[in-house]
Design a protein around this ligand. Structure first.
Ligand SMILES: [Mn+2]
Length: 335
């Protein structure tokens, strides 16, 4: 039987966002074009199905998503991780020993038994790093790939507005926009966010449970977040339904407190929907301000960590609710 050539899988994190999917595709292209890397059969794959935003982008640019990695890879195959590094965020279909390179922009949590290639930058998107590597290798991405890479940078940096945005992201986004022939960056960004935050298809319960975490603080607490470009519309037309759904979810989940954060990703503003007195007291203590008609405007204090779309709150038994933007659970000692 003929020996199969070893494959070099390039893969982003579980529950991939656009940056994870696109930076893997961009690395695949780089490895194919630049001989210096010497990887056998580079192949971008995904750890889980793509999200709504990424689906929209693939259909807009008429491109196919990478294949889903759904089974253990062969022992001779290799893996390049992109847009993540921690073991808890990896696909389960390979071992740590198979990892030969990591390209990432997240906090490092690694303990490897052998040397591997590492490229870490403190930039706003992994796609910015891959574009930088392309430039170093004198390689220009084709138009459609450039459009995806631009989209990934805009998505990860919330339209170049997030605190994680760097000069490099801005510079590379402009260069990629030129290659992709995207003239109006702002309109393009709005399209991406509309696709990401299309809440019209979601029921109130789905909105409450769209992206949530249960915390075992002093009291069990449910914190949900929905990101949208239609925050005002949502609050003016669906507030009562959302509050009813929150009451239901609170009973189902048997939590003491339940918060729903409705974030306008363009204005970078968050309004907390406040279910009752206990929530109101905590939220006002933590964020200041006054609740009006079940809504507490907390401005830009609540942001999203795109690593896994998770929120981390700190809530001590002194009823002090503080936001911690971090991919880690960091409550130890506070509960
Ligand atoms: Mn990223």
């Amino acid at each position: 039987m003929q020996q199969k050539k070893p494959i070099t899988y390039i893969i982003g994190h579980q529950k991939p966002d656009t940056d994870s999917v696109v930076s893997a595709m961009a690395l695949e292209y780089l490895y194919q074009q630049a001989n210096s890397y010497g990887y056998s059969e580079p192949k971008a794959v995904i750890a889980d199905p793509i999200n709504e935003e990424t689906k929209y982008l693939f259909s807009r640019f008429d491109l196919k998503a990478p294949q889903l990695l759904s089974a253990l890879i062969d022992s001779q195959d290799q893996v390049v991780l992109v847009d993540h590094n921690e073991a808890s965020q990896r696909s389960a279909h390979f071992t740590q020993e198979q990892i030969v390179e990591i390209v990432d922009h997240h906090k490092v949590n690694l303990n490897l038994s052998k040397p591997i290639y590492l490229t870490f930058k403190t930039w706003g998107a992994s796609s910015s790093i891959v574009y930088f590597l392309m430039k170093q290798a004198d390689i220009t991405p084709p138009k459609k790939l450039a459009a995806l890479m631009l989209s990934a940078i805009l998505s990860d940096t919330v339209g170049l507005k997030s605190p994680t945005t760097t000069d490099k992201d801005e510079k590379f986004a402009k260069e990629l926009a030129k290659i992709a022939q995207v003239d109006d960056l702002e309109a393009f960004t709005l399209d991406i966010f509309k696709a990401k935050s299309n809440v019209s298809k979601l029921t109130p319960t789905q909105i409450v449970k769209n992206d949530y975490k249960l915390f075992e603080f002093a009291q069990p607490t449910f914190i949900g977040q929905i990101e949208t470009v239609e925050q005002e519309l949502l609050l003016s037309t669906k507030k009562q339904e959302l509050l009813a759904a929150m009451t239901q979810v609170k009973a189902q989940e048997k939590v003491e407190y339940l918060f729903l954060a409705i974030t306008d990703i363009l204005k970078i503003n968050t309004k907390l929907l406040i279910l009752g007195k206990p929530e109101q007291e905590i939220a006002q203590k933590a964020f200041g301000g006054t609740t009006q008609e079940s809504v507490l405007d907390i401005g830009s204090k609540l942001s999203r960590i795109h690593a896994h779309g998770r929120l981390s709150f700190l809530y001590s038994n002194t009823v002090n609710l503080v936001l911690q933007e971090s991919g880690e659970r960091v409550f130890s000692g506070l509960c």
